[in-house]
Design a protein around this ligand. Structure first.
Ligand code: GTP
Ligand code: SPV
Ligand code: MN
Length: 591
């Protein structure tokens, strides 16, 4: 399939290490994928679902100990600890290679090595980059084939080049004690072992497109971000694009596929999805910031997805989709998860593979759920009814606004705008959010997650902040930077803002601000909308509630400043003075 000597040598070298019985190169053909699907079903790795209702769809269950990313076992391996920085786990590369090689040595015995050539970004796009992942797991091959462009065409594009990310995945015994997700940015190398969960082993996604790519972006003058990209078409047919960074399981997929409320639909507004998780952004010849989505599919959170909350996501999962850790509805051999509908399946198998008793289901107790809270679907992007025409072009879309956001029960208002690029970088750097089931560990604890990149920045985060500041200087027509919070709660803990499609009302204000069409009021934290400038027509939210959603509580923000100082104190080397200045301004504004 290739005559690339460096590539062939590397595959051989790795094969000698892991000792597979055979090597299979993934060519990207439907025949080959179909054979792998059949084998996976025969081996009990996947369950074929109802062909009439869910054509081409399969269910897979991971081991119960392997259902989310493992941040405490994720390492950035650089010669010095300083390069990885205070927010990453670090290990010296040769030490980690030794450790990993011991774990994987001979681990493919009796198994097949699959060689997956993949492109992040449309093949041949000047913004795309190539990776080769070696894996012993059909599930990884089949997921990668949805999430990235894979096969012979990628090898043809690579030719005899040597610019590709080297990836080795070994499932070993899926033993959490020996689970490691390691990035070696200087070597363009990723090794993940003892896991089969998406974010750990679909290496094109978080390992490459964020951790390795963020490092490449810093060196090459571009940005790799944990951001959705969406286009909003106005009644005149003009499309403006925004990119938004929310932490894991905080609403990127939902916002990316939003359906505008009736009042906007009537006027002719439309929303187009470019990406739901990752954006690669570069300054274009016209001085604007251009973004591509390097992925080719959606690895989305299943629970809560339904025809009302996210019709387009649900539609995207209607065919050729792999479901992971959702429930199996035995009545019609389809899938179910909490929030899909109100009809609890009467005969179902839960995500662990055990019979599920609907009478014991208690919404408040996650252990009674049929689907795991971080169960996911892997769906081809081309299934999405609102996929942007720009998706496959690879030239990127110009970004008018960058939006940060997280889950904050109280502090952050529904929306505010930064006063400048540097202030916007500050707003991104102080992002806090309540943790979710997307990563192993406690759920619902507020933690700092700057730019939603805490688990994904492949180098020292202080330098990453510096890179943001530097990028601002290189973008003649900078996007405006905003912060949103869909998750404010009342005293009973209920969300005040209806969210989902209604978020369009906030996006509208954001776009109006970008075009100088909407007013704002100054506050200690930045510009806030006037309550009358957010359209509430057709919504069961009154002006007073909206005012409460926009309220900036000075006492809470003074507490917030303390938290930010504590967080900033972690950083010494490379921390930009601009952010300390912004912090001083905020503190001063709150006096
Ligand atoms: P990753 O794939 O982990 O990076 O997550 P994501 O940011 O794409 O998250 P996603 O859109 O899948 O949302 C995850 C959770 O947030 C689901 O439980 C949604 O129901 C919930 N959610 C999304 N948008 C809103 C909103 O506007 N309001 C509220 N209250 N919940 C929302
Ligand atoms: C996230 O956790 O941010 C995800 C899912 O998008 S995973 O690919 O598992 O990282
Ligand atoms: Mn994500």
């Amino acid at each position: 399939m290739t005559e690339n000597k460096k590539l062939l040598d590397w595959v051989n070298e790795m094969a000698q290490l892991v000792e597979p019985d055979r090597i299979v190169w993934i060519d990207g053909s439907e025949e080959q994928l179909d054979r792998l699907r059949r084998e996976a079903v025969e081996a009990g790795e996947m369950i074929k679902l109802n062909e009439e209702k869910l054509p081409g769809c399969f269910l897979h269950r991971t081991k119960p100990n392997d259902v989310a990313r493992v941040e405490d076992r994720t390492f950035i391996c650089t010669p010095t600890e300083r390069e990885a920085g205070p927010t990453n786990h670090w290990c010296e590369p040769s030490e980690m290679y030794d450790k990993l090689y011991k774990i994987v040595r001979g681990s493919y015995k009796g198994r097949t090595m699959y060689v997956i050539p993949y492109s992040m970004g449309p093949i041949g796009s000047p913004l795309a980059k190539i990776g080769i992942e070696l894996t012993d797991t059909r599930y990884v091959v089949l997921n990668m084939s949805i999430m990235a462009r894979c096969g012979q065409k990628v090898l043809d594009t690579l030719g005899n080049g040597d610019d590709w990310v080297h990836g080795l995945h070994a499932s070993c015994d899926v033993d959490p004690e020996y689970r490691y997700i390691c990035q070696f940015p200087q070597d363009n190398t990723i090794i993940s072992v003892n896991s089969n969960y998406g974010g750990n082993v679909l290496q094109g996604k978080k390992c490459f497109a964020l951790r390795i790519a963020s490092y490449q972006g810093k060196n090459e003058g571009w940005m790799a971000e944990h951001m959705l990209i969406l286009g909003i078409e106005n009644p005149k047919g003009e499309v403006k694009y925004v990119a938004a960074a929310f932490p894991s399981a905080c609403g990127k997929t939902n916002l990316a596929m939003l359906i505008p409320p009736e009042i906007y639909k009537k006027q002719g507004y439309k929303v187009w999805t470019v990406g739901d998780d990752i954006a690669w952004m570069r300054v274009g010849a016209d001085g604007r910031l251009y973004a591509i989505n390097p992925e080719n599919g959606f690895f989305g959170v299943a629970p809560g997805t339904n025809s009302h909350s996210n019709y387009n996501a649900l539609k995207s999962t209607g065919r050729d989709t792999i479901f992971t850790n959702v429930a199996l509805n035995l009545d019609d051999n389809t899938v179910w998860w909490e929030g899909l509908n109100q009809d609890l399946p009467q005969h179902a198998i839960d995500w662990r593979g055990n019979p599920w008793d609907p009478s014991k289901f208690d919404k408040a107790d996650k252990s009674t759920c049929a689907a795991h809270p971080n169960s996911r679907f892997t769906a081809p992007a081309k299934n999405c009814p609102c996929l942007s025409e720009e998706f496959d072009k690879g030239t990127g879309v110009p970004i008018s606004a960058i939006i940060f956001g997280g889950r904050r029960a109280k502090t952050a208002p529904l929306v505010y705008q930064s006063r400048s690029w540097n202030h916007g970088v500050f707003v991104g750097s102080i992002m806090g959010s309540e943790t979710t089931a997307a990563a192993a560990g406690a759920v619902g604890v507020v933690r700092r997650d700057p730019m939603a990149m805490l688990p994904f920045c492949g180098y020292n985060m202080a330098e990453y902040f510096g890179h943001w500041i530097e990028m601002g200087k290189k973008i003649p027509h900078q996007p405006k930077i905003f912060n949103v919070n869909w998750f404010r709660t009342d005293d009973e803990g209920n969300f005040i803002w209806p969210g989902y499609g209604e978020n369009m009302r906030v996006l509208k204000w954001i776009l109006d601000r970008c075009e100088d069409k909407a007013d704002a009021v100054e506050s200690p934290i930045g510009y806030l909308p006037k309550a009358e400038d957010i359209d509430l027509e057709g919504l069961d939210v009154d002006r007073d509630t909206l005012k409460a959603l926009l309220d900036v509580d000075r006492d809470l923000w003074r507490e917030e400043v303390k938290g930010i100082k504590e967080f900033y104190a972690k950083f010494t080397y490379g921390f930009p003075q601009e952010l300390n200045d912004e912090l001083a301004t905020l503190e001063n504004n709150l006096k």
